[in-house]
Design a protein around this ligand. Sequence first.
Ligand code: DGL
Length: 275
Amino acid sequence: MPGDPRPIGVFDSGMGGLTVLRALMARLPNEHFVYLGDTARLPYGTKSAETVQAYALQATRLLIEEGVKMLVIACNTASAVALYLLQEAWEPVPVIGVIEPGARAGIAATRNGRIAVIATEGTVRGGAYARAIHRLKRDVEVVQQPCQVFVALAEEGWTDSPVTVAAAERYLKPLFGGKGAPDTLVLGCTHFPVLAASIRKSVGDDVALVDSAETAATAVAAALDERKLASAPGYPGQARFFATDSPQRFARVGEIFLGRPIDARQVELVDLRAL
Ligand code: DGL
């Protein structure tokens, strides 16, 4: 079989989705990726569902015009409020979000049936994680906590600093303090996996931290196989980057999330407003 050489489009509000791209590149080394970070309009997490839907539609249109064979909505906020809209808009191109894979991973990790989810305000407001978890398993208790400040701390590169630990204590101690506390914490935002060390200090060693990037990569791999869209083995995949604001900042901050250097000259500045 010749395989499908078209790229997979990965969309996020900014650079945090590079944690998902990193997992995708590790899991699917032969695939090409086109990543778009809507850095000019970040954060999505504090905006209304209507605004995020409009932004997500514009952003993914650019990726569709790039000829992608599949779209991955790496942004939890956009997955929470716009996934169905995007699936309908871009049919027959498959559109995969990160909420359901995260919910699945949370259920697989919990032993006591209590799961905490931390995310942006927008993701928590819509209750998408709780719904996704309950769709898969009814008798699970879910508590949700918005942790908006984490987004800025991650972008600042303060991945393991006293300020981040203090923020984690403030957000998480009330959830994990007493008896009957959750044993699983879903990191329901692209930015949070890089703060895992600080989060761990505040919740202790017994709580399972769930990062949806890995499970999202597994879901993408399965969807490629199922739809016969996988590329041919043997050729290493490439990644291209688009950003809606400063390529220099994208490259500098993006490195924190991708875990390897990004050359700013390979980041193309795009304007989504006309789309
Ligand atoms: N990408 C967003 C998410 O995963 C976090 C950053 C933002 O608020 O735009 O929810």
